[in-house]
Design a protein around this ligand. Sequence first.
Ligand SMILES: O=P(O)(O)OC[C@@H](O)[C@@H](O)c1c[nH]c2ccccc12
Length: 267
Amino acid sequence: MNRIDQRFSELKQQSRKALIPYITAGDPAPQYTVGFMHALVEAGADIIELGVPFSDPMADGPVIQKACERALKHGTRLIDLLDMVAEFRQVDTKTPVVLMGYLNPIERIGYETFADKAAAVGVDGVLVVDMPPEEADELGPLLKVRNLAAIFLVAPTTSHARAATICAHGEGYLYYVSLKGVTGAATLNANDVAEHLKPLRDMTDLPLCVGFGIRDGVTAAEVAKVADGVIVGSALVNRIAENVETPEIIAGQLRSVLAEMRTAMDA
Ligand SMILES: O=P(O)(O)OC[C@@H](O)[C@@H](O)c1c[nH]c2ccccc12
């Protein structure tokens, strides 16, 4: 069984919701990433979304754009990121890791090489922001045979028909984007999210996870009431940005942001 499916089935038995942090690999510099991943797990992360730094991250707001710039400045490449996952797996064999990024860096390595390496180092899922299921003909099957989950996004503007297609192709979990716009935007509206999740529930048995605009324990807990998981990116990346000059305190900051959410969600 894929680690992601395993984790959701454990959570279901415990009537708990998934807490899914996102950080950009290589931010503020590559030597910190694996330590941050362990810190996030200690603070209650169920799954880690690890961002592949990219020069033109069009779905990302300024916070994650700058994180990508910091990582790229240090030369963090997709290959380095795969090494980080391998290092993480030497200690943590349980926590699912999802690679989150854009198609271009994967194309540069080559789809097959990427899929081989990702599976070999212990990646569990791949979310390619600019690869909807309609365009996954080539990469999709390469992931599938290696038991790597292909995770897709559904937005508030996605039509019913397209949502059905995405649900039919999705694996691992469905990523529901809570707001129009880019990452790190305004606070979401939990009632609105609940309304949008209802029809998706009828379309799929996949866990429904919600990201964009979750910034603290209150929003995380609100969303966890109606979704199977919450995804938090910019609130964590902000802490990295604020402490680039004092990287030694970042892990502690990430831990406290995430632990507050975990406590609020489990209350
Ligand atoms: O930053 P926010 O608002 O907390 O949202 C999570 C998001 O950052 C993360 O899942 C993510 C990072 N890059 C993305 C690109 C597209 C969709 C989602 C993402």
